[in-house]
Design a protein around this ligand. Sequence first.
Ligand code: HEM
Length: 408
Amino acid sequence: MTQEITPPSPAPVAPPPVRDWPALDLEGTVFDPVLAELMREGPLTRVRLPYGEGWAWLATRWDDVKLITNDPRFSRAEVTRRQVTRMAPNFAPRPGSLAWADQPDHNRLRKPVAGAFTVSAVKRLRPRAQEILDELVDGLLRDGPPADLVARVLEPFPLGVVCEVMGVPAEDRPRVRAWTREIVSTNGAEAAGRAKDALYGWITATVRARADGAGEDVYAMLGRAVANGEISEEEAVGLAGPLQIGGEAVTHNCGQMLFLLLTRPELMARMRERPEERGAVLDELLRWIPHRSSVGLARIALEDVELHGIRIAAGDPVYVSYLAANRDPDVFPDPDVIDPDRDAGAHLAFGNGPHYCTGAVLARLLAELLTGTLLDRLPGLRLAVPPEQVAWRRRTMIRGPRTLPVAW
Ligand code: HEM
């Protein structure tokens, strides 16, 4: 006689302890040691960040990050109704912001501006972007070394190109640039708040003024979408803000990229000797660069989800770390090594799923032009100070050098 045996149900895995994750001012391109520890502790850990309330789950493995960021059971909109533990002191999400929208709103909001960020739109932009960059490099060559690469090129170049994409009228560019600089600076919350109010006031007036929708720039697209009733004026303003200041990410990410090239001669030599492989090396650098401090924006589980035997309960906040996923040894063997020969194409530096970076194609173009043009036009490019004297941004979300003194 056979006896039916019911397999015992697996013992529930106890939730991991809650770890404090302070905001660290890290030097150079060093990887956050707290994140490294959390990655060792398990695929799913629990963290408490400096602001907000309670704790949140943290997923660090590449496949979990891919899953969570592409699963509608995890909501962004829900976060706006809560005080989730977070990295930023202030939390004031605006209507229209892509980052906080779930489907179908996210698609409705993205649609009016998507055309400005496609592969073909960015391809059309290339000659104008190269022109803007060449003018800045002409200035460097005219004035001679030494120069601060951040102030002279890394900051004005993405800002200028983004103004072009957005359709900022020439006479308004100095104001828009000054506000953007203040918002992303580390001069303090008050000054940044004033600049933000001024920029959003200007954006509101601009969206209104472009109601005729003539042109292919982003403000024309937004003016048209408001006039057609696809989005509200408030949403158009909330959409435009992050795009208008989006160039900041390029300034700091490319700042880290150039620092790495200037301090690792073998990488620099590789870029110079095999220009056809520059794209692949840039991908490896995007994978490796610790782009931000701590983690970005949370999601909230809308229902119970089981992962690795652990139950994430409905209502629990969840963070993913793209930085950690990019160092997952199962996907990128020997992940802490910058290996220009590896295929880094699966990196998540621009995120994943519906919230994948709107500006990714543009950011790649800017990174490619920046590194290529600087290497080609300044063959003797080198740091003008010892690497340990390069000053890094402090108390900031996006990491990068504050100044990059170079000679050539
Ligand atoms: C979102 C990275 C440049 C606009 C994101 C996300 C990442 C990212 C990781 C978040 C994905 C998520 O929320 O899960 C980067 C990097 C850049 C860069 C590494 C440069 C090297 C830009 C540029 C723009 C831009 C140039 C625009 C001009 C945006 C917007 C979002 C976003 C609007 C929100 C998208 C959404 O939630 O649907 N980016 N970004 N980014 N990025 Fe970028």
